[in-house]
Design a protein around this ligand. Structure first.
Ligand code: DX5
Ligand code: ZN
Length: 218
């Protein structure tokens, strides 16, 4: 079954606790939290301090997407704050293999993310080590951007690669996913769909989840 991970970036931060409760009650699978540093991406969001509060507000798995330079410096802090998944960017690391192992040793599940221009073969020697690959379907930095169609081919290629290697790696897709393209993304091979504006701009989260489930089945 396709999993849905709303991205809190598009939630109303003035009413964060209420937003989180309503998101959980809508029946989502995990909560996606975007961490931006103003260097790796041209935007700044939140740090471990806020993630710690989010952890107290929900039992949902916290899927922390680090769009920051030198993520090694902060991984431990995010895990202590309650992150279940830590995803780092391929483009941000010199020693990706070491970082991935470090995330796992620290007790979290590890993910690696690829920007739209980074080819799938970059994962050749790391796929065995990770629990999740996050394919960016927009250039990271902001919510509300348009889905880049080329991501679909990357998802199918990755699905094939995972199958050929006989691995059990989750494929997450992030950026520009809405009710009208969710099924296409899932059919290309995604396991987890991140939805920011597509989720939080809808009036009724429960109803949106119902509609989404129906699109996958119909
Ligand atoms: C973009 C973030 C996404 C973002 C997605 O850099 O990684 O998680 O919140 O938002 P939408 O779904 O609006 O594209
Ligand atoms: Zn994200």
């Amino acid at each position: 079954m396709v999993m849905i991970a709303p991205s809190l970036l598009s939630a109303n931060f003035l009413r964060l606790e209420e937003e989180i409760k309503n998101t959980e009650e809508a029946g989502v699978d995990m909560l996606h939290i975007d961490i931006m540093d103003g260097h790796f991406v041209p935007n700044i969001t939140i740090g471990p301090f806020v993630v710690e509060f989010i952890r107290k507000a929900t039992n949902l798995p916290l899927d922390v997407h680090l769009m920051i330079e030198d993520p090694d410096r902060y991984i431990k802090d995010f895990i202590s704050a309650g992150a279940d998944f830590i995803t780092v960017h391929y483009e941000a690391l010199k020693h990706l293999h070491r970082t991935i192992n470090w995330i796992k040793e620290s007790g979290a599940r590890s993910g690696v993310s690829l920007n739209p221009a980074t080819p799938i073969w970059s994962l050749d020697h790391i796929l065995e080590e990770v629990e999740m690959v996050l394919i960016m379907s927009v250039n990271p930095g902001f919510g509300g951007q348009t889905f880049i169609p080329g991501a679909l081919e990357k998802i199918s290629l990755l699905r094939e690669m995972i199958r050929d290697k006989g691995l059990n790696v989750l494929i997450e897709v992030d950026g520009g996913i809405k009710i009208d393209n969710a099924r296409k993304v899932a059919e290309a091979g995604a396991d987890i769909l991140v939805m920011g504006s597509g989720f939080y701009n809808s009036k009724d989260y429960k109803n949106l989840m119902k509609e989404l489930r129906a699109t996958f089945e119909g």
